[in-house]
Design a protein around this ligand. Sequence first.
Ligand code: B12
Ligand code: SF4
Length: 528
Amino acid sequence: MRVGIISVYTDYHRRGRHHRGALQPQIGPLIAALLPPDADVDVVNDTWTDPDWSKDYDLLFISFLHSDFDRARQISHYWRKRGAKTVCGGTLASLYPELCRPYFDAVVIGDPEPAVPRVYEDFCAKTLKPLYRALAYRGDLVPLPRLDLVARHQVLPLAFEVTRGCPYTCEFCVLTGIGTRHHTRDLSTVVEQFNAARRLLRPLVPWHRRWISIFYDNNIGGNLGYLRRFCDAMRPLGMLWGSSVTFNVVADPANVERMAAAGCRLVYVGLETFNPAALSEMRKQQNVLDDIRRVVDLCRRHGILFTAGLMLSPRNDTIEYIERIPRYLEECGVQVPTYICFETPFPGTPHFTRIAGSAEPPLLPEVLLSDLDAYTLVTRPRHASAEDFVAAFKQTHTEVYGLRRRLTKLADDLPRLAAAGSLGAIALDLAEVLFDAQPLARDRSYIAGTDKARPETVPLTDADFTSAEERDRIMKPRQVSDAQGRVLPHWLGAQAVYSAKGRIRVSAAPMPVPVQSIPRGAIPDPAH
Ligand code: B12
Ligand code: SF4
């Protein structure tokens, strides 16, 4: 039995390159750990390399982000034609299971832990179901991911999630789309798994790739009491680590001190914008614009590198604002953010639903799902033409990622991090600033509808299609807006999975089994 797990990726810079950066999708190792130990498992991070098209799989799990859906259904078709059964999951699959169903043998809504073992069992019994509805999160079912399967490729392979979800409700975020929830796990299990991960990796990768651990939580500070206990548990281990947190977490000196003592050397914070109107529309009330400088300094004083991402808001930002971003970055001490992208209406998020209801067509004409990668303008700017908006983006981007600015950042950060004795943070800063230059592509318009096509292909041939209709169904890119820029109606049918406190919404939950249909002694099957 050969099982494949593919995390699909298309290069959002449209060069068709793989993403060799430190952040790699972690769903492959997690699903692999949910399969029986004797399963012959192949984890393919398409970020790192193309799938090996010559391989045979019996069962193939496929994970993808919104903009990778076209490639995902082509990959699914490719292996279905070669005899595999394919199973998809993730946020788009959870929000739009009906959209995914025709392209995969099974769709999983929600978390993988309760579902994957059931999918595997059903597959082995030849009773695979088309839909596996969500079950409540069970922290005790979260295994140590099979880090050994990706260690060779991953820059920082000591990587897993401690918590799941995020208690905030930012309007643009897919986590808000599937339903706000935040779950923690038993800390003694987390520490046991962390130690087991170190043992697992010791013979596989050199020490410098085990030196710093990355926790892939969306917000490791989503529960402050838990974060404090987590720090107290990490401290005796003497390890260095980094993770994402919200601004409010690092705004409190007591938290920063505790995190630093526990080995934290990098935080990623979604700063998103310096524009108060955009921030308020994003519902990002946890950020405080005039406090950023203090917080960046506070982190650096404790030897923690503060990294942040920025978005341009086409509905709120003016050209003058975009041109002023380099000054804002200088003033607050961030200097060079991890990225500058466009705020993107991912279908299924409250942001998407809100702008879809606008009187005027909210999007540019004929936006494709694959354009929703946050590095292509898809929303009609309110205060400028699309061309002027993108021209301002390019000018600011070039200034911010220029060599002069990157060296200024190092000159600003390194003495402070050195004073705190933080070698780990210095190494991370050097790696990000020197090796992640993010050049703009000359052959791109960055505007949906006129941008160059993505170059990635799946080696499907005529023999893989029984008709022209089938070819169209698999190959035609999925569209999000019509020729006027109105949202196509079927995108308005997203269904959230979770409601308050992570409870499963009725529509996403397994159907209750009628009492009279349960044979005596049998356990009701919760997964379908
Ligand atoms: C690694 C990462 C990347 C990597 C690789 C992404 C990839 N898959 O190709 C890189 C660096 C390339 C990347 C790029 C971007 N990313 Co990114 N990234 C992440 C990150 C940090 C970790 C993902 C991860 O591995 N998590 C841990 C694993 C275990 O969980 P998971 O993948 O979230 O999956 C969960 C469920 O969805 C489900 N699931 C997923 N797949 C499957 C499959 C099956 C079969 C089953 C049963 C279940 C299942 O199981 C998991 C647990 O519930 C997340 C934030 C985070 N901490 O999760 C953001 C995140 C996924 N990225 C995000 C964004 C916005 C971006 C960017 C636009 C950059 C930016 N401006 O922020 C770009 C472009 C992405 C695009 N093409 O649309 C968003 C969501 C985007 C989306 N379209 O859904 C996230 C959620 C961050 C956020 N809160 O905004 N990213
Ligand atoms: S804080 Fe980050 S992860 Fe949480 S809802 Fe906002 S964008 Fe999403």
